[in-house]
Design a protein around this ligand. Structure first.
Ligand code: PMT
Length: 213
């Protein structure tokens, strides 16, 4: 099968030296990509900036902003059997990019940055691209984890959402460990707390089982 996997953060530039981003390291998405390539699947890995090595056998498409990631996903999604969106896409970007470095002034201690919503790449898979393959999203939550994950499953028209509680120290963003519950339309399955490498293999198995059904 062909897998499309998004991973890592996006960076939304403010001026030539600053950007908005988040703590995603890319480890979760890269672990799934590595597991899929190891099993002989073709993997298109669309990744924001990370320091990770590209897993053997994966085709990397490096991107920077949510708009870049949205375009790359749009180019590929009609050609894949499974799409897994593990990237932490910035929900907002600055309305205007300042071409010169923003200077401090002596007149005020306040600064206001106007932001505008980025495209929701996961939701666009069905709503804009009419994607008919297996669609898997993540939900990074700090409260009401399963309730919020199920709301994302329905709103973004996913087949499966992988819910992680990112309020726990040493779990989720920028760590080697994660705790995941797989949320399906009709049930929930706890994958438990494991290394991201192990969870990558478990998530791959869930996807293979889903497609075989
Ligand atoms: O990269 P690591 O350090 O290994 O950390 C892993 C992780 C915590 C980033 C990963 O497990 C994870 O939860 N990824 C999704 C993070 C996130 O942005 O979640 P969300 O609940 O805000 O978004 C829900 C889903 O919509 C996600 O599949 C996300 O990729 C997608 N999304 C969100 C916003 C947006 N504008 N476009 C999207 O496609």
């Amino acid at each position: 099968m062909t897998f499309l996997i998004t991973a890592g953060p996006t960076r939304e530039p403010i001026d030539p030296v600053r950007y908005l981003s988040n703590h995603s390291s890319g480890k979760m998405g890269y672990a799934i990509a590595a597991a899929a390539a190891k099993k002989g699947h073709r993997v298109i890995l669309i990744s924001g900036p990370t320091i990770l090595n590209v897993p053997s056998g994966c085709d990397l498409i490096p991107v920077e902003t949510a708009a870049d990631m949205s375009q790359a996903v749009g180019n590929w999604i009609s050609r894949v059997d499974v799409a897994i969106m593990a990237a932490a896409v910035a929900d907002f970007r600055p309305v205007e990019y300042q071409t010169q470095k923003i200077k401090k002034t002596t007149e005020t201690d306040m600064m206001t940055l106007e932001l505008i919503k980025n495209p929701d790449i996961l939701a666009e898979a069905r709503s804009i691209h009419g994607y008919g393959g297996l669609l898997v999203g993540f939900a990074a939550e700090t409260e009401n984890v399963l309730h919020n994950a199920r709301e994302k499953l329905n709103r973004k028209k996913c087949d499966l959402i992988l819910a992680n509680d990112v309020s726990q120290p040493n779990e989720g963003f920028n760590s080697d460990q994660n705790t995941i519950t797989a949320v399906y339309p009709d049930k929930e399955v706890e994958l438990g707390s494991h290394s991201k490498t192990h969870l990558g293999a478990l998530i791959l198995e869930l996807c293979e089982d889903f497609v075989r059904r």
